[in-house]
Design a protein around this ligand. Structure first.
Ligand SMILES: [Zn+2]
Length: 501
């Protein structure tokens, strides 16, 4: 993927651009015009607003730092790129260049509270609310910054959203890639509530803020091909701009300003997921890479989040065909490797034509997504007539103990009247269902009917957790905060051998 650039590529145009750039730079230096982005840049207009100007997408070296001042967040790109986008700001705009160092002003368009930018042949044109051209032949990569430090509204199609910072526009033929250039702390304001709801304990929100900041630092240039750092979806971190901000999450960002999780002084890639099912997974068991701070460790804080999925052999065959990994008619589904802490790292499906093996996170992401919630599961193949049971939450009625409820309405039943139990050494014992009891609060046991066992060929997955289970478990962080742990204690628990500063 090429970085979108101005479509003019002849030697002549390059020379023209170079000369124009020199002129812009000379004027800018003469005027002392390199401003910190957040400051009010209200000097008189230096250049005619109706101007053709040229500059390469990257005019200046970006500040080498592990905590960038600014983050480039992709909003519309690839198949969501727009043919036009309307920017609004009561005080009008400046045009210039932007990057992780901030914004550099070239042109003032302060008299224009609304500008619609359109791409055509790799070149950007801007018109005001009356349709009058205010910027023509603008090079791809231009940064549009709200004047007077205001916020910018971005209208694309029927959607209008408000953002802090400015907007970088890349033209690729007739489509616009739209990027929000925003201070890293202000970016986090729009992230935290989307990743961890604002009602959670303060220390958990602060841990989330530091994890999200660290991730943003390390994730610079994740989407380099499109000219930005992070996208606004779960692929990187969910970001909703100003509409995603809350008082509590903004306070968590402010209280931890600039702090990151570090290993040997370096900011670490702080993977986190919703619920790890009871163990922090070693990164090598998820993605095959190794990391000294993403090690396996029992997690006593994360509450068990149970899930299950039932798939018939036919459904599995269809899913495999859909992802180009068909095996013909499925004949068996087996867990063929587990970590020593019990998480599945290899799932093998054999069919009449071939065998296909899903390893590590492929099990979660490729095989039967999104039914598979974690790599922490047991698999029961009904075609092998295993006796299947689930433990799910139930509750006694009001004024009734769980024991009374169980006595009145036995929840364990079997059409055969017996259940076989295997002990650890493999000894089988047959129990009548009336002898069964389940330890734990408000739990019930369900036995499938004979029809489920002998009928359609299927497998059942019974698991716990939700997500990749590497690094911080958000549910565990919430529980630790409830138990009185501070945000840095939470982070140091989940990221082995790290410091927070
Ligand atoms: Zn992304």
């Amino acid at each position: 993927m090429r970085l979108p650039i101005n479509s003019e590529t002849t030697a002549h145009s390059v020379l023209r651009r170079f000369i124009a750039l020199l002129l812009v730079l000379a004027v800018a230096f003469a005027a002392g015009y390199f401003l910190p982005a957040e400051e009010d840049a209200s000097e008189e207009t230096l250049l005619d607003p109706i101007l053709s100007f040229f500059r390469p997408a990257k005019a200046y070296a970006e500040t080498p730092s592990d905590v960038p001042a600014y983050v480039r967040v992709g909003l519309y790109y690839g198949n969501t790129a727009k043919t036009s986008v309307t920017l609004g700001c009561a005080g009008g705009f400046f045009l210039g260049s932007g990057g992780n160092w901030g914004f550099t002003k070239d042109v003032s368009l302060e008299g224009y509270p609304q500008i619609t930018f359109t791409a055509s042949g790799g070149v950007i044109t801007g018109v005001d609310g009356n349709g009058t051209a205010v910027a023509s032949n603008v090079a791809s990569g231009v940064c549009v910054w709200p004047a007077s430090g205001g916020r910018v509204t971005i209208t694309a199609g029927s959607s209008t959203k408000t953002y802090r910072g400015g907007v970088i526009l890349y033209a690729w033929e007739n489509s616009l890639t739209v990027v929000n250039l925003v201070g890293i702390e202000q970016y986090l304001y729009g992230v935290i509530n989307a990743e961890m709801y604002y009602t959670n304990p303060e220390e958990a929100l602060k841990a989330q803020a530091v994890a999200a900041r660290s991730f943003a630092c390390v994730a610079q240039n994740t989407h380099k091909a499109y000219g930005f750092d992070v996208c606004s979806t779960t692929h990187c971190q969910v970001y909703r701009g100003v509409s995603g901000e809350t008082t509590a999450t903004t306070a968590a960002v402010d209280a931890t300003k600039g702090q990151c999780v570090r290993y040997n002084g370096q900011v670490v890639r702080t993977y986190y997921s919703s619920n790890n099912g009871g163990w922090i997974m070693d990164i090598k068991d998820a993605w095959g890479s190794t990391s000294p701070y993403c090690l396996a460790k029992e997690d006593p804080y994360t509450p068990v989040l149970a899930w299950n999925a039932v798939l018939t052999y036919d459904e599995i065959a269809q899913r495999l065909n859909a992802i180009g990994r068909g095996v013909g008619t499925v004949t068996s589904v087996d867990v063929t490797k587990r970590t020593d802490y019990g998480y599945v790292t290899e799932l093998t499906i054999t069919g009449t034509e071939r065998t296909t093996v899903f390893t590590r996170s492929q099990i979660l992401n490729d095989f039967a997504a999104p039914l598979m919630k974690s790599q922490n599961f047991i698999l029961i193949d009904n075609t092998k007539e295993a006796m299947l049971y689930t433990i799910s939450e139930g509750a006694a009625s009001e004024g009734e103990t769980a024991e009374e409820n169980a006595a009145a309405e036995p929840v364990v039943s079997s059409t055969t009247g017996t259940v076989t139990v295997l002990s650890g050494d493999g000894t089988a014992a047959e129990l009548s269902t009336s002898e069964l009891s389940v330890q734990g609060e408000s739990q019930t046991v369900q036995i499938p009917t004979t029809a489920e066992i002998s009928g359609v060929k299927s497998v059942c997955f019974y698991g716990s957790g939700n997500g990749h289970s590497v690094g911080m478990s958000q549910d565990g962080a919430k529980e630790m905060a409830k138990q009185g742990f501070t945000f840095d204690e939470i982070l140091k628990f989940y990221y082995s051998g790290t410091e927070v500063y």
